[in-house]
Write a protein that binds this ligand. Structure first.
Ligand SMILES: CC(C)(COP(=O)(O)OP(=O)(O)OC[C@H]1O[C@@H](n2cnc3c(N)ncnc32)[C@H](O)[C@@H]1OP(=O)(O)O)[C@@H](O)C(=O)NCCC(=O)NCCS
Length: 213
């Protein structure tokens, strides 16, 4: 009953489209989970925040079947039994069976590919990409692409100056209405190269400058 109420509460709190979020009705969100603006979570994704917190930033893409685990999904493996005896004895506290690995923190504009698994306590930096089917056991740097089981770095998305400029722009803090005039440039898959991207970021910075003048 308690688990059902936790699920219901988390579902109601995050569903609908407040701040442009889109959470599939076929996704499971359980416990202490927060999701930033415009991020979407596809069907059959299963995101847990039991015994620790799971925070997902803004403008993130969470594909079908992604699983994000939390401390509540870790069974002790150094004891005689790994079995969670609290399931059959209400006198036992679930918390006593959890191993605390810390929170899961997913940055902004992170793309998590289909069926990837993010293990408890992992942090994923802004702009990172997690390949389909990856099992992420270690922290992932900002703008890093990782893939495989266990997930290993494939490459950085951009050269360091571009990564630094995107990070400094913090574009994901802006509402879509503010980004709208630039969205074709932000998503351009063209041959403008690093200098083109840096120019777009300078343009974005100037718009914020004008607003604060
Ligand atoms: C990770 C990903 C973004 C990499 O794209 P990319 O940079 O174009 O990568 P490439 O195809 O050039 O592959 C680079 C290397 O990584 C490997 N690789 C790519 N994706 C992989 C994956 N998901 N798992 C394991 N290895 C992968 C390739 O085999 C290749 O290895 P090699 O250098 O030994 O030949 C992409 O493959 C992926 O998984 N995208 C997620 C798609 C998805 O889940 N969509 C869901 C709907 S939103």
């Amino acid at each position: 009953m308690k688990n059902f109420l936790i699920k219901l509460y988390t579902g109601i709190r995050l569903r609908g489209r407040p701040q442009g979020r889109r959470i599939s009705p076929l996704a499971t969100l359980k416990g202490n989970v927060s999701i930033g603006k415009y991020s979407y979570v596809s069907g059959h994704a299963d995101i847990r925040g039991i015994g620790s917190t799971t925070r997902i930033g803004s403008y993130c893409s969470v594909a079908r079947g992604v699983k994000i685990l939390s401390s509540g999904q870790i069974h002790g493996i150094d004891s005689i039994s790994t079995y969670p005896f609290y399931l059959i004895d209400r006198a036992l506290a679930r918390a006593d069976f959890m191993l605390h690995k810390g929170d899961v923190v997913i940055g902004n504009d992170v793309w998590i590919g289909a069926d990837a698994i993010v293990m408890p306590g992992v942090s994923v930096g802004d702009g990172a990409v997690i390949g389909a089917g990856a099992v992420v056991t270690k922290d992932v740097e900002a703008f890093q692409i990782v893939a495989g089981v266990p997930a290993r770095p494939v490459r950085k998305r951009f050269a360091e100056p571009v990564c630094a400029a995107i990070a400094a722009s913090k574009w994901w803090e802006r509402d879509y209405e503010e980004l709208k005039p630039f969205v074709h440039l932000i998503c351009a898959q063209d041959s403008r190269g690093d200098e083109g991207m840096l120019e777009t970021l300078r343009m974005l910075a100037r718009t914020r400058q004008h607003e604060s003048d």
